[in-house]
Design a protein around this ligand. Structure first.
Ligand code: GLU
Length: 495
């Protein structure tokens, strides 16, 4: 049987980084096994829908290169559905759920429940007072189907509940956690169809996974407690259940579930911060899964090749921003320079370093810039800080060591000769620096640290920095001269 997996998000807001990892693992598993990967939209909770959420989700997935081959897709800015098992949006499948709930009602595996909210609340309170776990008390369990059906058809508000047998062990094998056994006495008669006629997640997920031929359900561990109910539903229908794979949560450094309050959890935030999709995906793959060997940097094809459910860890994966930065910086170093430069432009504009119009004429300059600072970046947003030396014309020594450089006895001599050479230069290209330093060394006798460091400080204020030849080219004649003048004035003021 060929592998069929699905990612089944609810369009209730932003894409959580944990959901992105679930999508990724589904994708990797499908690809590895030449299977199909389906995207289904679970929008049965109509009160929680957020406009634009499906579009955002599809955009993020496609940005990450997690492409599904069946389900809801975006084509020419329109949402369409592709595949034989549609519709892939649950709100468009209400007729299907109606048919299957009928089957359960007739089999006696489900029943109508007419209890009002107030009654349910009262039962709950009483149970809590008695220190019992709140659950439905079975008040409507024993109405005859005909009687209940008649009441429902007359329009009496009602839900349909799962009729769980008493004291029955429900057993399933989770690929990550092993054998799970839950007794029905610890479970509630789950609502399957709500008063608004929509199915609950629990009912729709089972019907859809079955009808869509899903072989492996790979999802977050928050669903493991619901799985016994799902397993029972499969049994009630006489269907074979898929294999369940519950992924451990992504935890923060305090081993708590990653939550919005502790910083970024939305996949889009990482995109905004200038993480490359390759870096983010590579890193996410490693949160909760580990390869057989020590490899840490993976292209998508390599992830597909190496991925296996057996190596998904049981315990939660810790989200480690330093490691993400490290992985991402690797991809920044390797990226195609043209593409990386284009991706950097919005950050340069945001920093106020250039306007949108200027970026067209300055694209070669940007490429030079990116080529020398990329090795210092772990995300593109850091370009703002790393490129500051080219835009901040008020040169101030960054620290005591830099101040010391400006106090050297030969600082003025260096500034004068440097100024003169730059003034007389026709072009300042990358090579200019090399020749210039050689000449200054020859004429003054200064070399090594006593030559390079003070010059870097009076040009940028910093002790260390990117390649000097390229720094000079990027600054250009005018900026170099005005910086020298600025530092002279600064030295006079700070004597
Ligand atoms: N709609 C559920 C969610 O958004 C999917 C759970 C599942 O994969 O079964 O988390």
């Amino acid at each position: 049987m060929s592998v069929r997996v699905r990612f089944a998000p609810s369009p209730t807001g932003f894409v959580h980084i944990g959901s992105l990892r679930t999508a990724l693992y589904n994708y990797l598993f499908a690809k590895k096994n030449n299977g199909s990967y389906i995207l289904r939209i679970e929008d049965t909770d109509q009160s929680r829908l957020v406009g634009g959420a499906v579009e955002n989700m599809l955009d993020i997935l496609s940005w990450c290169g997690i492409e599904h081959n069946e389900g809801v897709v975006k084509k020419d800015d329109e949402i369409i559905q592709v595949g034989e098992c549609g519709p892939y949006i649950q709100s468009e499948r209400l007729g299907i759920y109606k048919k299957y709930i009928q089957e359960l009602l007739e089999k006696g595996c489900a029943y109508y429940c007419f209890c009002s909210k107030e009654r349910l609340e009262q039962v709950r309170e009483e149970q809590l007072e008695r220190h019992e776990t709140p659950k439905y008390d079975g008040h409507c369990r024993d109405y005859s189907l005909e009687e209940a059906k008649e009441r429902a058809e007359k329009g009496e508000p009602c839900v349909v509940r799962l009729r769980l047998p008493e004291n029955k062990d429900i057993i399933f094998n989770d690929a990550v956690r092993g054998r799970v056994v839950v007794n029905t006495n610890d479970l509630d008669d789950q609502v399957l169809i709500k008063t608004d006629g929509f199915p609950t997640y629990h009912f729709a997920v089972v019907v859809d996974d079955y009808l869509m031929g899903i072989t492996h359900v790979i999802r977050g561990e928050e669903w493991v407690i619901s799985t016994p109910k799902h397993v029972y539903l499969y049994e009630a229908f006489g269907w074979q259940a898929p294999l369940f794979v519950h992924l451990p949560n992504i935890l923060n450094s305090e081993r708590k579930k990653l939550s919005k309050r502790q910083g970024d959890v939305a996949a889009a935030d990482f995109k905004k911060k200038g993480y490359l999709p390759e870096g983010l995906i590579n890193y996410l793959a490693l949160v909760g899964w580990s390869p057989e060997d020590e490899q840490e940097i993976f292209k998508m094809e390599e992830l597909i090749e190496s991925f296996s459910i057996e190596r998904v860890s049981k315990s939660g994966g810790i989200f480690d921003t330093d490691k993400l930065n490290w992985v991402n910086s690797h991809f920044i170093k390797e990226y195609d320079l043209d593409v990386l430069s284009k991706l950097s432009i919005p950050y340069l504009i945001e920093a106020g370093y250039m306007t949108e119009e200027e970026t067209i004429e300055k694209i070669d300059w940007v490429k030079d810039l990116v080529s020398i600072i990329r090795e210092r970046l772990s995300s593109l947003a850091e370009i703002k800080k790393e490129a500051a030396i080219f835009f901040n014309n008020e040169i101030k020594p960054e620290n005591e060591e830099a101040k010391e450089m400006l106090r050297l006895a030969h600082i003025h001599e260096l500034m004068n000769i440097f100024e003169e050479k730059v003034k007389n230069a026709e072009t300042i290209d990358q090579n200019f620096g090399k020749i210039l330093f050689k000449q200054i060394q020859k004429e003054t006798g200064y070399k090594g640290k006593e030559l390079y460091m003070p010059i870097r400080v009076f040009l940028t204020g910093e002790i260390h920095g990117p390649d000097m030849g390229m720094t000079l080219k990027l600054l250009g004649k005018e900026k170099i001269l005005s910086r020298i003048q600025y530092v002279r004035d600064y030295l006079i003021k700070n004597q």
